[in-house]
Design a protein around this ligand. Structure first.
Ligand SMILES: [Zn+2]
Length: 475
């Protein structure tokens, strides 16, 4: 196995290695994990996580959505200095909310306005200042490891260049911003091991500009963003025909990485790795930790980067090679997206707060909270190997026996029998730490089963009924 193939394997298994919640209960009630080759069960929320989810306040989310809609328009080309109406007023209000929450963080949360000038393009007729509002909650023990949650605070109507008409953008995307704000509030006072970034970005409707700038900045700084989630249109579960699905949120996760190089494509094709991308593993992890009685939600992973001909800010992060996915509502009502506010044929059009389901948004916030908390309190992603030269197993330790080494130059497994000969790993690994004496190096034929943070190889999702049932288009 050459280095590039090994790098692909580790990369693809990234989220598989992220998993277990610090302080969470083991996968099985007895504390005995099911072991390699057997499906494990979704994690039960820990007491600390349940307390966190209980703090999420539906009334605050509703107030945030209504307040954002009250700025009249938040179009990216609208006024930046009017204190009442326009994107500038919304920007300052969001900044003030974050700043207020940061007061409870003991100095760990910092808030900034991240601005640059976007040059003209098809949806930007003049040079325009784009400002993201960013609250960064510094991790306690692994601050260099970063997770990002995003919503976009700009809005639009039918004509994407109309910066003056009322564009309440309650669902798209005050709902996502409200989720981000509420999570910043409930997490500010809770130390987390890794760093969490809460961000409200602008310029999304004009071309994902704010998030593109942000992701590029992280990349240029060498930031270790191990997961990013866009919350975009998470305001309602009701479809045009009245169908409701208030206990489901969709999570779009790509298979073939957006940033894939031709060389990586060759490796992916040779191993059949189109279902193994870091983003998709990240999505599986979300299901593991966020589908439970404490969130009251199902996470329907959709095996696509986004909806047909649509996009959101996670794409900006995917373009920089960061694992990312998009939460959005299960059904959509296009009478309330990107529409001029009007009554036509007796039908109310427009993205108004009255068409939002605030209980639903609160549950989406809980899904995000369970995800971020679990990621930030767990071990991080193993690094891409730095050498293809095998080393003695006696120089290695199984995860759990000591601090995991993210720079191991080769992959390994632990346990009494070899891992499966092929296939990706699953995030549903829940194996316990094994003795270092049981560590063995993988053979070339078993190298599809990389080391995971919990110590042992796990089987292909296709062999796990729980995952296989999700099918190529999610459930
Ligand atoms: Zn949107």
């Amino acid at each position: 196995m050459d280095t590039s193939r090994r790098a692909f394997m580790v990369s693809a298994s990234a989220a598989a290695a992220v998993p277990l919640i610090a302080g969470a209960t083991p996968a099985s009630a007895s504390g005995t994990p099911p072991g390699p080759g057997r499906p494990s069960k979704p994690q039960r929320p820990s007491r600390a996580l349940r307390a966190l989810l209980d703090d999420i306040d539906r009334s605050r989310i509703e107030a945030a959505v209504r307040r954002l809609a009250d700025f009249g328009t938040r179009h990216t080309l609208s006024s930046q200095d009017d204190p009442v109406r326009g994107i500038g007023a919304a920007r300052d209000w969001i900044f003030d909310q974050f700043t207020g929450y940061a007061a409870a963080s003991g100095g760990r949360m910092t808030v900034e306005k991240q601005s640059y000038v976007q040059q003209p393009g098809p949806r930007i007729p003049v040079p325009t200042v784009i400002t993201n509002v960013v609250a960064t909650l510094r991790g306690t023990t692994a601050p260099e490891r970063v997770y990002v949650i995003s919503g976009h605070y700009d809005s639009r109507v039918t004509d994407v260049l109309n910066a003056t008409a009322d564009a309440p953008g309650a669902n798209d995307d005050a709902s996502g911003v409200a989720v981000v704000l509420e999570l910043a509030r409930v997490l500010a006072g809770r130390p987390t091991e890794a760093t969490i970034v809460f961000t409200a970005v602008a310029g999304e409707e004009q071309g994902l500009f704010g998030s593109a700038f942000q992701a590029q900045r992280y990349k240029a700084a060498g930031a270790d963003v191990q997961g990013m989630f866009s919350n975009d249109i998470v305001g309602s579960s009701t479809a045009d025909d009245g169908t409701r699905d208030p206990r489901t949120v969709r999570l779009f996760a790509e298979g073939v990485p957006t940033s894939e190089t031709p060389a990586q494509a060759t490796v992916r094709q040779s191993v059949g790795g189109e279902n193994d991308s870091p983003s998709r593993q990240l999505a599986r992890f979300v299901q593991d930790v966020a589908e439970n009685d404490a969130t009251g939600m199902d996470v329907r992973v959709i095996y696509r980067r986004d909806r047909y001909l649509r996009g959101s800010d996670h794409i900006s992060y995917l373009q920089q090679g960061y694992p990312a996915a998009r939460f959005t509502e299960p059904n959509e009502d296009f009478r309330h997206q990107h529409q001029d506010v009007r009554v036509e044929g007796g039908v109310q059009y427009g993205d108004l707060p009255e068409f939002c389901d605030f209980g639903f948004i609160a549950r989406v916030a809980k899904v995000n909270a369970a995800t971020l908390w679990s990621l930030a309190q767990a071990p991080g992603t193993p690094r891409t190997p730095t050498s293809s030269r095998p080393r003695s197993p006696t120089t290695r330790r199984c995860a759990g026996s000591a601090a995991p080494s993210p720079t191991w130059p080769d992959m390994r497994w632990c346990g009494g029998k070899p891992p499966l000969p092929s296939g990706p790993t699953s995030s549903r690994s829940a194996t316990s730490p094994r003795s270092p004496s049981t560590c063995r190096r993988t053979t070339s034929s078993s190298a599809y089963a990389p080391w995971t943070a919990t110590g042992c190889a796990v089987p292909s999702p296709s062999r796990l009924p729980h995952l296989a049932s999700r099918g190529p288009a999610g459930r």
